[in-house]
Design a protein around this ligand. Structure first.
Ligand code: FAD
Length: 358
């Protein structure tokens, strides 16, 4: 079998590596960081089926994940809806999950090379798959978005909670925060915000003297009063604080070559579908890479076959999320969401399901 080289050991790269190893394909995986590590992520997994996890060979890794059945959505101080999820979601930290995947990849005989960043040139090298996550957007001088995450400890929060911003008619800077319980009584607090130059980490820390101060400053600026009350009452694990900026949401054009996960499709985080997409794209890629490795098709055919299947699989949710995302930030959109939730006409379950369908 011809070998495959994977660059990037997040969910996409590691799940692909495990799947290919199980097919007897030699795999070398390069990850610039190390494990375990915290990542900016809502840690709420939804959309991927048990069958796809089994096809990848990683289903046992989720056996002890928390199972979330419902969601509460707040806009500012107003509870917009409490709904049962159309399908249960999983809660597990990236600290735990990525380490488990890395260990499994090595147990399956994969070669894991840590601590070195591979330059992104030569994307088209035969046998090389890019699973490097969110590309830095070189076209934007200033970052538009910032993602921030921290774990609160000893919490008791059932289900999932989303808090989104409120804004005035002229206001456009906003964001949202997802709270999802993970293992050991921890609640992951993760937000995506428009970057604000008026929020400085030093000021935020002198105001709240909490490891979650920056997230609290953004929550306050976005009118998330209920969230702020909750966050002020919690204790945090300072080691779990992470932030990321300088990326664009949507289909990623800058990344050429055989790429999967966020490197190819960066769905807005409010959907809670990015991790699922990373693993779904691995399952699609594995079929084509197996044929390439067995010398049934050439690299060009494998790349094009994968891209065409992935496009069919992800286009609908990318288009819908692109339409929905701005509604969370602009005044008319927020009014529509509020009015439809009051009159119980917000088709939450249908939108949730459509955002996960091929
Ligand atoms: C604020 C926010 C909240 C989110 N919340 C959720 C959520 O609740 N649910 C959900 O499903 N998704 C969520 N997501 C999305 C989810 O985190 C991603 O979709 C998922 O992590 C993508 O996996 P990936 O493997 O493609 O990339 P990543 O997990 O980012 O992995 C990429 C890996 O590649 C490595 N790497 C990068 N460049 C190189 C290089 N040149 N050489 C070597 N290694 C390299 C990185 O170190 C990293 O380990 C959220 C995202 C954000 C920003």
């Amino acid at each position: 079998m011809k070998p495959i080289r994977i660059i990037g050991g997040g969910l996409a790269g590691l799940s692909l590596g495990i799947c290919l190893r199980r097919k007897g394909i030699p795999v070398e995986l390069h990850e610039k960081g190390n494990y375990p590590r915290h990542k900016v992520c809502g840690e709420f997994i939804s959309g991927i089926t048990k069958e796809t996890l089994a096809r990848l060979g990683i289903d046992p890794l989720f056996d002890d994940a928390l199972i979330h059945h419902d969601i509460n959505w707040w806009m500012g101080s107003e509870l917009l809806l409490t709904e049962e999820l159309p399908a249960p979601a999983l809660g597990i930290s990236r600290f735990k999950l990525d380490k488990r995947l890395a260990d499994m990849f090595q147990r399956e005989g994969g070669q894991l090379i840590l601590g070195k960043r591979i330059p992104l040139e030569n994307n088209h090298n035969e046998g090389c798959v890019w699973a490097t996550g969110k590309p830095v957007n070189p076209t934007k001088a200033k970052p538009e978005w910032i993602g921030i995450k921290i774990h609160a400890v000893n919490t008791q929060l059932n289900g999932l909670h989303m808090h989104s911003s409120t804004c005035g008619i002229s206001g456009s800077k906003g964001g949202y925060v997802g709270l999802a319980e993970v293992e050991n009584g921890r609640t992951n607090c993760c937000g995506l915000f428009h970057v604000r130059s008026d929020i400085r980490p030093a000021d935020a820390h002198s105001r709240w003297s909490s490891p979650a101060a920056v997230l609290m400053a953004y929550a306050e600026a976005c009118g998330m009063t209920e969230l702020l009350k909750l966050m002020k009452s919690w204790q945090y694990d300072p080691e779990s604080f992470t932030a990321t900026a300088g990326f664009s949401l949507g289909v990623q054009n800058s990344q050429a070559g055989f790429s999967l996960g966020d490197a190819a499709w960066l769905i807005p985080p409010f959907t809670g579908n990015g991790m699922s997409m990373a693993m779904e794209s691995s399952a699609i890629a594995a079929t084509w890479l197996e044929k390439y490795s067995a010398d049934e098709i050439n690299w060009h055919e494998a790349e094009h076959g994968y891209q065409s299947d992935a496009k069919k699989h992800f286009s609908r949710r990318m288009k819908l999320s692109k339409l929905m995302h701005p509604m969370l930030f602009n005044f008319p959109g927020q009014q529509i969401l509020k009015a439809s939730s009051k009159t119980k006409t917000l088709p939450f379950k249908s939108i949730f399901s459509q955002l996960r369908k091929p």
